[in-house]
Write a protein that binds this ligand. Structure first.
Ligand SMILES: *Cc1c(COP(=O)(O)O)cnc(C)c1O
Length: 341
């Protein structure tokens, strides 16, 4: 039997239904605005996120990097972001190379920082010694923070603080729909107040390629210049956009199953010897827990369960479309065995 794959929610394969939608997609030249399926996806995401316009991009990483570049001028502009955030840790130093940015990290709780922490970090305007604070970025849900949902109130307070200090605001919505399903709050309420916001289709939504960045018409026109420059413009991208549209129709509500499976995983793991985990912190599909030797446990489980060691002690397990309740139970049996020796 192949191992239960809790490595990431990026591990999903397109379902038969998604493959059928992909096979039937109407296509055209996307760079010329002639791919009807991609345009339909962009319109749908713009509306979903409460923004005027949107652009289809190959990845969430490109959404982040283009958005950062839209908001910052190279040379001394500063990004304020949680220390666990994706652009800080997993985008190959892109903010430095592509935006010439200073990055100032905040020490949030599970990746969620407060308006007070933001205000304490913002530089005094006009101080010629200091970098120019320019942009704040929020990750909904937090990834290495453990799948936490930013409460709507905290987002509002952070946006208010950003406006008071003339900062732009960006939402990394790689797992925004997980937050929507976990809370029942519409995506537009989480994303509407940001200058730029995006959703990923290759995480829990289960599509093979694609992410959509939303903003004002003006910012999206400018984003298109960067998309072209970086080689992110497509030809017949309806082939992949069809998978994303299919995901919006069929894979959003079911994220609740992933959340229930993650909770089950967390509750049982927390009772096992040598595991440090508070199951109450697990709000969506990501379970982060501590053991004495994280890489050792990953190696010992390799044939039965795939998961990632974040560092010497912390592990991340992620539930998704391709892991059902029986898979979670099988993984728990393997954990129990490996942790009892
Ligand atoms: C995965 C992820 C990204 C990057 O998305 P890709 O589509 O993999 O490039 C950005 N931010 C967060 C929080 C993520 O989890």
């Amino acid at each position: 039997m192949p191992p239960i794959n809790l490595y990431s929610d990026t591990q999903t394969r397109p379902t038969q239904g998604m493959r059928a939608a992909i096979a039937a997609a109407e296509v055209g030249d996307e760079q010329r605005g002639l791919d009807p399926t991609t345009r339909a996806l962009e319109d749908r995401v713009a509306e979903l996120l409460g923004h005027e316009a949107a652009v289809f991009l190959p990845s969430g990483t490109m959404c982040n990097e283009i958005a950062l570049r839209l908001h910052m001028r190279p040379g001394g502009d500063e990004l304020l972001v949680d220390r666990t955030a994706h652009p800080v840790n997993f985008e190959a130093g892109g903010p430095a190379q592509l935006s010439g940015a200073m990055v100032r990290t905040l020490d949030g709780e599970g990746g969620v920082f407060t308006a007070a922490q933001l205000e304490a970090a913002v530089r005094e305007p006009g101080n010629r010694y200091a970098p120019r604070s320019r942009l704040v970025s929020v990750e909904q849900t937090t990834n290495i923070g453990g799948g936490r949902v930013w409460p709507r109130e905290t987002i509002r307070e952070v946006l208010d603080a950003a406006h008071r200090h003339q900062l732009r605001a960006h939402l990394d919505g790689a797992r925004l729909m997980n937050a929507v399903v976990a809370t029942g709050i519409p995506a537009s309420e989480f994303a509407g107040g940001f200058d730029t916001a995006w959703v990923d289709f290759t995480k829990g939504l289960g599509a093979p390629v694609g992410a959509v960045l939303a903003a004002s018409r003006e910012l999206i026109d400018e984003a298109w210049r960067w998309k072209q420059m970086l080689g992110g413009a497509f030809r017949q991208s309806g082939i992949v956009a069809a998978g994303c549209l299919y995901a919006l129709d069929h894979h959003v509500e079911r994220l609740a199953e992933d959340h229930a499976n993650a909770r089950k995983l967390a509750e049982e793991l927390a009772t096992m010897p040598g595991v440090r985990l508070d199951p109450a912190t697990v709000q969506t599909n990501i379970v982060i827990f501590e053991v004495d030797d994280a890489p050792g446990l990953v190696a010992r489980l390799a044939d039965l369960v795939e998961l990632q060691a974040i560092d010497a002690h912390r592990l991340r397990a992620v539930t998704h479309l391709d892991v059902d309740r029986a898979g979670v139970e099988q993984a728990l049996a393997a954990f129990s065995e490996a942790l009892s020796v």
